[in-house]
Ligand binder design. Structure first.
Ligand SMILES: Cc1cc2nc3c(=O)[nH]c(=O)nc-3n(C[C@H](O)[C@H](O)[C@H](O)COP(=O)(O)OP(=O)(O)OC[C@H]3O[C@@H](n4cnc5c(N)ncnc54)[C@H](O)[C@@H]3O)c2cc1C
Length: 416
């Protein structure tokens, strides 16, 4: 079986590694001319970590990624609402990792090149269109800057892992229009500093009026007693549209410093954290309405191309990774590849769509909206809301997203 994957991001690379492992001849086409270590922090939750371990990547992950100890929720005045143990600290068989997205992408890329051969990754080739018939699928690749046609490639299957602006999705759904703007802008930066709290935990502070998420992303720095701290400031933006979402759009801290001026907790000085970032990026938050169908005969969607997620629940990379593994599992379990693609969709589409909807409704961060509604700025939150209410929000989201502790520990992975 010959498979073309369009897009060498987190989802495309995981799919490529998973397909290569079961003996599929897979080629990856990526639009950028060379893949560089871009982005800031992401989290990989245990239901995705276990799939990466099955691909033999545990030792490499351990070498550079932080094993996240806890996710700690705080009010905008820095008072703790709930601390949720993560990964092995919570009783999972697998850790949760906080890591640098670019380092992670390079790790996946190098692993794939070593296993499949460097010639299987073709950069500078953006998919522009495809056609298919009963014999196979034909994909056209162009130079994304000049639009010059570079090649036409044939295969049995085409997997579209070409991200939020998926060209393949646009061909399948020509009238879908632009992504849906969530009226939030995320500002992101990273700082090398002394650790806050235990140096291994993620914090989520504030609420939908103003939020700060932060976590350390370098195990190397942690071992040296330092911390490479990733932060994301989410600020409401009252307009229906804003510039095109672009992960590399640079920004300046001035507008944030005023907004976060009072966020000086005894355990973290937020304005100082923001000001210390050497580079800052701004990213308007978009997702898309869930689709009813990803698979069209020999073509299917994967990762953000299938189900872009707003970043409230650390789910974007997680579900792209799981898609990649589920795809290989489905293809390996069916004699007819077209049946495999249908099985992949039947397994993954309802699960991913549930997470899209739950993320729009704040996901686990709903705990902070409860505080805002029930006892905004109160000195003792627990006089107003029972701790179990917060725990239930967290537990319900874990089950919905596929990583309830007992559920996951007792579930088979996508290993064939
Ligand atoms: C440069 C970059 C930086 C990012 N930084 C962060 C971050 O800091 N934090 C965070 O939470 N998320 C970040 N993301 C998004 C995050 O990686 C994804 O939401 C998530 O991992 C899902 O992965 P994916 O593979 O579906 O999409 P992505 O990781 O976005 O990968 C999509 C890939 O497809 C390629 N592509 C696009 N169009 C075409 C085409 N026509 N033909 C071929 N290839 C194409 C892109 O260049 C990209 O490599 C970033 C994405 C990118 C591309």
């Amino acid at each position: 079986m010959k498979v073309i994957i369009a897009g060498a991001g987190i989802g495309g690379l995981t799919a490529a590694l998973s397909l290569q492992k079961i003996g599929v001849d897979v080629r990856l086409f990526e639009s950028v001319s060379s893949i560089r270590s871009l982005g800031v922090g992401i989290n990989v939750l245990p239901h995705a970590t276990r799939e990466l371990f099955a691909l033999g990547l545990q030792a490499e992950l351990d070498s550079f990624a932080i094993k996240t100890r806890a996710m700690k929720y705080f009010t905008r005045r820095g008072k703790e609402v709930i601390s949720v143990p993560c990964g092995e600290y919570a009783g999972y068989k697998w850790p949760q990792y906080s890591l640098h997205r670019g380092e992670f992408q390079m790790m996946l890329l190098n692993a794939f090149k070593q296993r499949a051969g460097a010639d299987k990754v073709i950069c500078g080739h953006a998919i522009s269109e495809f056609e298919q018939d009963e014999k196979g699928v034909k994909a056209t690749f162009i130079d994304s800057k000049t639009k010059e046609v570079l090649s036409t490639e044939t295969a049995d299957l085409l997997i579209a892992a070409d991200g939020l602006h998926s060209v393949v999705r646009k061909q399948l759904y020509p009238n879908e229009g632009r992504p849906v703007f969530s009226k939030i802008i995320c500002y992101r930066g990273a700082v090398e500093s002394t650790p806050y709290l235990d140096g291994e935990s993620m914090i989520i502070c504030g609420d939908n009026r103003l939020r700060l998420v932060s976590y350390p992303i370098s195990e190397t720095q942690r071992r040296q007693g330092n911390s490479h701290i990733n932060w994301i400031a989410s600020v409401p933006f009252e307009s229906d549209t804003v510039g095109r979402e672009d992960w590399a759009q640079q920004s300046r801290p001035d507008k944030l410093l005023e907004l976060y001026r009072d966020w000086q907790f005894d355990w973290l000085n937020v304005p100082q954290l923001i000001q210390s970032a050497k580079e800052m990026f701004e990213f308007p938050v978009y997702d898309r309405d869930p689709l009813k169908r990803w698979t069209f005969d020999r073509v299917t969607l994967l990762g953000d191309a299938a189900h872009p997620l707003i970043p409230v629940s650390s789910s974007g990379a997680v579900h792209a990774i799981i898609d990649g593994r589920a795809l290989a599992y489905a293809l390996g379990s069916h004699d007819n590849p077209l049946d495999g693609l249908i099985a992949y969709e039947q397994d993954r589409l309802p699960k991913a769509n549930r997470v899209v909807v739950a993320s729009r409704n704040n996901g686990p961060d709903e705990v902070l909206e409860i505080v805002r509604r029930e006892c905004d700025d109160a000195d003792n939150i627990f006089d107003y809301v029972d701790r179990n209410v917060f725990q239930k929000v967290i537990d319900d989201f874990k089950e919905l997203s596929g990583f309830g502790i007992d559920t996951l520990n007792n579930l088979d992975s996508y290993e064939i």
